[in-house]
Ligand binder design. Structure first.
Ligand code: SF4
Length: 378
């Protein structure tokens, strides 16, 4: 079966035909409402907006992979609701994804060309990986074209570029000194279309879903910060939402990975945690159904979502010289002597998120019940 027929078959299958229950779908909408900072009264509107994409002409998503490890694709397939996330992405028409699509070779390239022609100026282009520019960009070629050529060719067709992961957003590891391939970020190449940066190694998959859902609901992109990151996900430091923060404030630190402090869950600042200089949603939103995240598992934050993190933060297991920020912070050895006003901030932040998510899921369950009182699912 050729690529076009595969896609036509995919398009005929209804989003609602998939193995996603109504309750599961509404709960996903509830979590998106919390992530985007919206009231749970918006759940029906989010659901309606996503469903309408099935009935109307849907924005097309083209997912490109360049100098990357496919970690963001991997991350996406492990989203908090992977079946729903995949269905939503397909609902908005995931027309080209080198790793996930069945087609290959000429068929895949032809599919991309056709989709772009049909969606001129409307395609949402997700880019994973950095773009090599040295020696004419020869260090990443696909179907005989360099990543640089492919991006420039696609630019006129795009509505927006979403640079997912730190390599696409900031150049990431390939751009680290000495940067042998001349790697750059999407924002260094694209000049005529907006670029949203969703950094992280990998990016939290729910952040990408939040960007897409925001666009479907409001018809515009979410508010961005000075580095073009969505504020709903990158507005807070990890340090301010971390559950180990009370230990930082109390001057209780892990000094070696197997010491008493490590077993007690003390702060990881002295073994290199970069949470005080990193902005991301990891601590409050977490990963894998909000089960955990690196710091909870006992590993310091590496600051992977920050610009130039590799050069700036290595060696990773050395403490950063100064935890700049709130008044209660000073050098780590002084912190325990300071009167603490923020103890428990991280725990509270995560608890607030958890409480909001639970409330939104209850609301979603009520809506599912109202829509189908006889249903016994969920
Ligand atoms: S330094 Fe790291 S482990 Fe310690 S409170 Fe901040 S983010 Fe959490």
């Amino acid at each position: 079966m050729d690529a076009l027929r595969i896609m036509e078959r995919l398009e005929r299958r209804s989003f609602l035909d998939r193995q996603v229950s109504r309750r599961e779908f509404l709960r996903f909408c509830g979590r998106m409402a919390v992530l985007l900072g919206l009231s749970d009264s918006m759940i029906p509107r989010i659901a309606e907006a996503v469903e309408n994409t099935v009935k109307q002409r849907r924005p097309s998503v083209i997912w490109l992979e360049f100098q990357d490890c496919a970690g963001n694709t991997e991350s996406f397939t492990r989203a908090s609701s992977p079946s729903v996330a995949q269905a939503v992405l397909e609902a908005i028409s995931l027309d080209y994804h080198e790793t996930l699509m069945a087609a290959a070779g000429h068929q895949a390239e032809e599919a991309r060309r056709r989709v772009l022609e049909e969606n001129r100026g409307r395609a949402i282009v997700v880019v994973e990986g950095s773009i090599p520019t040295r020696d004419g960009g020869v260090y990443c070629t696909i179907a005989g074209k360099t990543a640089l050529q492919i991006l420039k060719e696609i630019e006129p067709y795009a509505l927006v570029f979403v640079a997912v992961g730190t390599c696409a957003a900031f150049g990431g590891l390939p751009r680290a000194n000495p940067n042998p391939t001349g790697a750059v970020a999407v924002e260094d190449i694209i000049r005529t279309k907006p670029v949203i940066n969703a950094p992280g190694c990998p990016a939290n998959p729910d952040v990408l879903m939040g960007i897409l859902v925001h666009y479907l609901v409001f018809g515009r992109l979410p508010e961005l910060d000075a580095q073009n990151r969505p504020k709903f996900a990158y507005g807070k430091r990890i340090h301010d939402t971390c559950e180990r923060r009370p230990h930082f404030d109390a001057g209780q630190f892990v000094v070696r990975f197997d010491d008493y402090g490590a077993r007690q869950g003390y702060c990881l600042y002295k073994v290199g945690c970069k949470g005080p200089e990193t902005y991301n949603i990891c601590a409050s939103w977490r990963w894998n159904l909000a089960a955990s995240w690196p710091v909870k598992a006992g590993h310091p934050c590496l600051g992977c979502s920050e610009r130039d993190f590799w050069d700036k933060f290595t060696p990773f297991y050395h403490r950063i010289p100064l935890a700049a920020g709130f008044g209660v912070e000073a050098r780590a050895d002084q912190v325990g002597k300071v009167a603490v006003g923020l103890t428990g901030a991280g725990i509270v932040a995560h608890a607030i998120y958890t409480g909001l998510v639970r409330r939104a899921e209850r609301k979603a369950d009520e809506l599912a019940e109202q829509e189908s009182p006889e249903s016994d699912e969920g």
